[in-house]
Design a protein around this ligand. Structure first.
Ligand code: PLP
Length: 409
């Protein structure tokens, strides 16, 4: 008899975005003329930059010619892309990386979900609350947690509440933890932390021999000085941190798929005899066994984001979304909402008026002004009473949505 992995049965049935889709579809069925504007799901709307499209076309043509055809590539990515990443995303900020410390992949979702595989099953993990759900769910599937309680929290996970009082910054855990997921700029709160604040985490990890899994998928949206773009800008981080990056939100690759993960050779975890093992060769072993690499045309397209033209075009797209973020923030503040984020991130996290429950606010916003966002409760117990709007819609839809909220909510 085949048995299932019972860890999967611990996961609550309805995933956040399917519940949102269900409610929107139901409402549209009852109100077919409703002109619904979506500021909910974190997908981009602007097309790929012309330099990226050109590079991809050229690479596809190469694949169609016997002289330039390429078969299986290196699972960890082509050096031409890795070198550009090191030069542009890290060396420019004073961070040195070796070519074999960068692993190209098809997504930060994939990597943040899979990286836990190379850690022991009894490790205790800490996550912010609210949190991007993938970190939690992938650890539940692996069996690193207990059951879920009625607040949606799993036994054996240490939740770090991000509240108005602590400026949406996760506090250090009160009990020892082994794996720490941090995400800055943050999804869903849109908040960042300073270098000094991040240093506190690096010091904690060094003292406790923990590993920080740092998700920097929104790094390109940082506008303010002093906000770290990479955890490796922090002294000592090479010993204790892994960093996830993505071309998804940086260059509109959500449908094209390219990302990368940095695993410095110094980062270690320990076996049951307290012997240290570098995570870099373990991740290489994992990827070469289970992953086939990203296709050549996609890696060539990603490399084009680092050409002069590509950089300029990508910058313009990010500026476009950040102008949306500014419009959302300003409009909501003028309408009397308390808002977080939206300054160094494409997410705006608002406090629901009168402590309204976040799913009730979702329904009210959809029914009253036909705007769809994401209820904070979907990101964790401490997301209750908050609501996420994204800056990824078109300018026209962003302006219309905010006007409706300002005038009719
Ligand atoms: N990490 C965070 C915090 C995200 O919000 C997302 C996407 O929404 C991802 C990772 C996934 O990125 P990718 O498209 O590279 O899988």
């Amino acid at each position: 008899m085949a048995r299932v992995n019972e860890n999967y049965l611990k996961l609550p049935g309805s995933y956040l975005f399917s519940e949102i889709a269900r409610r929107v579809n139901q409402y549209k069925k009852e109100n077919p003329d409703a002109d619904i504007i979506r500021l909910g799901i974190g997908d981009v709307t602007q097309p790929l930059a012309p330099a990226v499209v050109e590079a991809m076309k050229k690479a596809v043509a190469e694949m169609g010619s016997p002289d330039t055809f390429r078969g299986y590539g290196p699972e960890q990515g082509y050096e031409f892309l890795i070198e550009q990443i090191i030069e542009n995303d890290f060396r420019s900020r004073g961070v040195e990386l070796a070519v074999d410390e960068v692993f190209i992949s098809d997504g930060a979702k994939t990597d943040t979900a899979n990286f836990q595989e190379i850690f022991g099953i009894n490790n205790i993990l800490a996550v912010s609350d609210p949190v991007y759900p993938v970190y939690v769910d992938s650890n539940v599937m692996a069996g690193r947690t207990g059951m879920v309680n009625d607040k949606g929290q799993f036994e054996k996970i240490v939740y770090l509440p991000c509240t108005e009082e602590n400026g949406m910054k996760p506090p250090l855990p009160r009990t020892r933890v082994d794996m720490i997921y941090l995400c800055f700029p943050n999804n869903p709160t849109g908040m960042t932390i300073s270098k000094e604040e991040l240093k506190v985490w690096v010091d904690y990890a060094r003292e406790n021999r923990s590993v920080i899994l740092f998700d920097a998928a929104y790094e390109a949206y940082i506008r303010e000085e002093g906000v770290p773009h990479s955890i490796f800008e922090i002294e000592g981080a090479r010993e204790v941190a892994v960093e996830f990056r993505s071309f998804s939100k940086t260059a509109g690759f959500t449908g094209t798929r390219c990302a990368y993960t940095i695993v410095p050779k110094e980062v270690k975890a320990y076996d049951s005899n307290d012997q240290a093992h570098s995570l870099n060769p373990m991740w290489l072993r994992r990827q070469t066994t289970k992953f086939n690499g990203v296709s050549y045309p996609v890696q060539a397209a990603a490399a084009a984001t680092f050409t002069e033209e590509g950089k300029k075009q990508v910058r313009e797209i990010i500026d476009y979304y950040m102008e949306n973020a500014r419009i959302i923030r300003k409009g909501l503040e003028e309408a009397g909402y308390k808002v977080f984020g939206g300054v160094n991130a494409p997410y705006i996290w608002l406090k629901t008026p009168g402590n309204m429950r976040s799913w009730d606010f979702f329904d009210k916003l959809m029914r009253q002004v036909h705007v769809v966002g994401t209820p904070g409760a979907g990101f964790g117990a401490h997301g209750e009473g908050y609501f996420r709007l994204t800056a990824f819609a078109t300018r026209a839809n962003t302006e219309r949505a905010i006007e409706r909220i300002r005038t009719r909510m």
